[in-house]
Design a protein around this ligand. Structure first.
Ligand code: ZN
Length: 376
């Protein structure tokens, strides 16, 4: 791996692994869930609160930061860690996925993607070289290759063409990244739901050589069954001694299934975004705090949870602040959801370490099947 980085697998259980990525900015326990700090903030959370939930690493978004406040401005202000007051590891995406999501606002060529800002319509170009430059300006610890993800539905020929373009961009990303001690570069496997294409992509990436490997092009609407069927084989195409990152995943049961299949890192906006809409995740499944059933309920959201929302407040209070659009509603439920995700990750790590993942997964599913506590 890059100078200053090591990845150690301490234990395996089936395809699942637990271990740690050591970086100059601290250790990332794996399997790891990375909260998303899109615009240099995990919305509604102070960085120290995010850390208190158990997060070892955050994700930042190249696309959003390059447009506002701009990578150059963040660099002039001392880099993203200093700017957002988070001194632990940060992974940045390449911007590729988000510019591809702009639809008619972007134009794809061999060179890169030309697009119009969703903020003010200003014109920009993202290429592998520019993406590496922006991620270096931000000071990201783990840099992602610039890649392309075809919009679904796509034919196998379209997926193949797109994957091969991404592999050429992976080489250009590697060349542009250069030698940056203390910073790692991850490649991104593409190939849709086609096994041969996934294998071809994995070979192209491992021939180039990266510090870690992402499984890209999933969690884009293909459904959990299709995603798991790819994860049944795709992680096995990647080097066992490097971290494997599943981008943009997911719901708690997606995470558990991905870890069972050998994934080491994940990120998703879901716990923070759903917290801002009154949705909470607990061991008994999803709870909608907007529901009137909570109006007179003095019990905590989750009596087993040690987060501030559950130790200090009732369901009735959470219902009230969510219904009233009070800012503290977003703060408390985001904290709870991020805490729940990190407790889940710790449970997975502990279970893998002692070879009891199957039992852990069975009780995870049983808890969710039992449903939320009965109304009073
Ligand atoms: Zn809680």
């Amino acid at each position: 791996m890059a100078t200053g980085f090591t990845f150690t697998v301490a234990a395996t259980d089936g395809a699942a692994r637990t271990g740690a990525i050591k970086t100059p900015r601290g250790e990332i326990r794996t399997p790891a869930f990375m909260p998303v700090g899109t615009a240099a903030t995990v919305k509604a959370m102070l960085p120290e609160s995010v850390r208190a939930t158990g997060a070892d690493i955050l994700l930042g978004n190249t696309y959003h930061l390059m447009l506002r406040p701009t990578a150059e401005r963040i660099a002039a202000l001392g880099g993203l860690h200093r700017f957002m007051n988070w001194d632990r590891p940060i992974l940045t995406d390449s911007g590729g996925f988000q510019v591809m999501s702009l639809g008619p606002l972007r134009k794809l060529t061999e060179e890169g993607v030309r697009f119009s800002s969703h903020l003010d319509g200003s014109k920009h170009m993202l290429t592998p070289e520019r993406s590496m430059e922006i991620q270096a300006l931000l000071g990201s610890d783990i840099v992602m290759c610039f890649d392309e993800c075809p919009a679904l539905p796509a034919t196998e020929a379209e997926v193949a063409k797109s994957m091969r373009l991404s592999m050429r961009w992976a080489q250009r990303s590697r060349d542009a990244f250069g030698d940056r001690p203390g910073h790692a570069l991850f490649g991104i496997m593409q190939g849709g739901v086609t096994r041969d294409l996934r294998q071809e992509s994995a070979k192209a990436l491992t021939d180039i050589g990266f510090d870690g490997y992402a499984v890209g092009g999933l969690a884009v609407g293909e459904g959990q069954e299709a995603m798991f069927s790819v994860l049944d084989y795709a992680p096995g195409f990647l080097p066992a001694d490097k971290p494997r990152y599943l981008m943009g995943v997911g719901k708690p049961d997606d995470i558990v299934g991905a870890v069972e299949r050998g994934i080491d890192m994940m990120d998703c906006v879901l716990p923070s975004r759903s917290g801002r809409t009154g949705q909470a995740w607990t061991p008994r499944g999803q709870v909608n705090l907007r529901n009137a059933r909570h109006k007179d309920d003095p019990r905590p959201l989750d009596e087993s949870c040690t987060c501030p929302a559950c130790t200090g407040y009732s369901r009735a209070y959470l219902h009230h602040v969510v219904k009233s659009d009070e800012i503290i509603g977003s703060m408390l439920l985001t904290w709870h959801n991020l805490h729940y995700y990190q407790v889940l990750m710790q449970g997975l790590r502990d279970a893998i370490a002692v070879g009891r993942l199957a039992g852990f997964v069975a009780s995870f599913h049983a808890g969710r099947a039992s449903g939320d506590i009965d109304p009073l």
